[in-house]
Design a protein around this ligand. Structure first.
Ligand SMILES: Cc1ncc(C[n+]2csc(CCOP(=O)(O)OP(=O)(O)O)c2C)c(N)n1
Length: 305
């Protein structure tokens, strides 16, 4: 990464063209598997379109780690999780926490795609007085279950949430997404130890294993491998999956809680910036803001994807 690439350009939000998000909503209950996957693929494409426009308009954001996690978010909110906009006061709803809170724009866009936010609200992303901060705040958005941003906090909150569900004898599940770079924070391992020890079977920890963090590869910073063995040693049921394969993700999430009674750890192998050619697996795109030409190229690639 060069200093020039890391500069945040000044962007006139009014001058940035954007689409209104087409809201597809949840996968219909009577959809075949093929229809469900097609629905999720199209939703993820639309979410990525809107996300990159939002980041360009705000002049801020974390587009690389947003594009790596969007397929997971869309699969959870549009099909796998038992939660809908009318259900936010239902104690039995499934819970979701985005521990890698810097990917907030991906969460907001997915929430809008699932009907939890008005598409017009997305236009306010990171503007003064907006509810849509650069990191999600539970005091501002009803569908956000936990405020996150400082790495290493969301997973411990999720473990507490899942523990509460267990004490209640509830069937509700708690899903949490952590970044792989984030897993270098020790608080995560304390939380994982608790989850394993207390056999929090209704907890599902998804690791967005894109192998990049801010400004470096994870392996060159503090290597996590052997990650699956470590998670298993902490008492989790470990599954590895292609984090961009909606069908495979559906199967994995349908298996939570695991028959073993252990919490589930899903290592979702993803690519930062996926599927944009100039962003994919490119360390420069952690929080770089695309130029107008780069937005146009990305939108054209998404059109063809
Ligand atoms: C405690 C803390 N330290 C540093 C940061 C700044 N920061 C934001 S994102 C990031 C990299 C995170 O890497 P990873 O979890 O792999 O996220 P991804 O690459 O998927 O975006 C850092 C260091 C932060 N948000 N919180």
């Amino acid at each position: 990464m060069t200093t020039t690439e890391d500069l945040v350009p000044h962007v006139d939000a009014q001058a940035v063209p954007h689409d209104t998000l087409t809201v597809l909503g949840r996968v219909p209950a009577d959809a075949t598997r093929e229809q469900a996957v097609a629905h999720l693929v199209e939703a993820a494409r639309l979410v990525r379109r809107r996300d990159i426009e939002m980041v360009r308009a705000a002049g801020l954001g974390h587009i690389g780690g947003e594009f790596s996690v969007i397929d997971v978010l869309v699969t959870l909110y549009l099909q796998a999780m038992n939660v809908s906009p009318g259900q936010l006061d239902d104690p039995e709803r499934d819970r979701f926490i985005l521990s890698k809170g810097h990917a907030a724009a991906a969460l907001y866009t997915t929430l809008a795609m699932a009907g939890f936010l008005e598409p017009s609200q997305l236009e306010t992303f990171m503007q003064p007085q907006s509810q849509l901060n650069g990191h999600p705040a539970r005091t501002k958005i009803a569908a956000v279950e936990a405020s996150t941003g400082p790495l290493g906090h969301g997973l411990p909150i999720a473990v507490g949430t899942a523990f509460a569900g267990k004490l209640d004898g509830s069937a509700r599940r708690t899903f949490v997404v952590v970044g792989d770079g984030e897993l270098q924070e020790g608080s995560n391992w304390e939380a994982l130890m608790t989850a394993g020890n207390h056999r929090l079977s209704h907890l599902c920890v998804v690791v967005d294993r894109n192998r990049l963090q801010q400004g470096a590869r994870v392996a060159d910073t503090n290597d996590l491998e052997p990650l699956a063995d470590k998670l298993a040693a902490f008492g989790l049921e470990v599954v590895e999956v292609d984090g961009h394969d909606h069908g495979a993700l559906l199967d994995v999430f349908a298996n939570v809680p695991a028959a073993s009674g252990k919490p589930t750890a899903v290592i979702a192998h993803t690519m930062k910036g996926h599927p944009i050619s100039f962003m994919s697996d490119n360390v420069a795109w952690h929080h770089k803001v695309p130029s107008a030409d780069q937005v146009a190229q990305a939108l054209s690639e998404l059109e063809q994807s």
